[in-house]
Design a protein around this ligand. Structure first.
Ligand SMILES: [Fe+2]
Ligand SMILES: [Fe+2]
Length: 137
């Protein structure tokens, strides 16, 4: 079952960022699917690690892009990214400490956060970059 559906509305028309968002959505769906069917924690861990790694790469590339083009909302945007990185770091700590499995609530939180972040904060960034005539990212 898909937790979050990729559709054109999530596209920002920045090819590299769109491809990364799409990949993150796929990873999150895959994780949700495994979690929902009761997959054991040792099988979930590599998925959470992959998602965490891809997310971290994506967020830092986005920040680099905003920095390069002097995006005025960089700081506020970075704070949103920091929140997400903290949430994912908490998941990893829980896994490593042998604590609870992911809860449905935490997976849903991430889904809501990602959808909302792409639609609002990332879109504002993309609008700015388009106004600056940045098309290749
Ligand atoms: Fe993003
Ligand atoms: Fe972002």
């Amino acid at each position: 079952m898909e937790l979050i559906r990729w559709d054109e509305e999530l596209e920002l028309h920045l090819p590299a960022m769109d491809a990364q968002h799409r990949h993150l959505v796929e990873l999150l769906n895959e994780l949700y699917d495994e979690w929902a069917t009761g997959t054991r924690r040792e099988h979930l861990q590599p998925l959470v690690e992959r998602l965490t790694e891809c997310m971290r790469d994506h967020l830092s590339q986005e920040e680099e892009l905003m920095r390069t083009y002097g995006y005025p909302g960089l700081e506020a945007h970075q704070q949103q990214h920091a929140f997400l990185n903290e949430e994912l770091a908490r998941w990893m700590q829980d896994f490593h400490a042998g604590r609870s499995l992911l809860s449905g609530q935490s997976v849903r939180l991430l889904k809501d956060w990602l959808g909302e972040h792409i639609n609002v904060a990332d879109r504002e960034m993309a609008d700015y970059l388009h106004r600056m005539d940045v098309r290749h990212e």
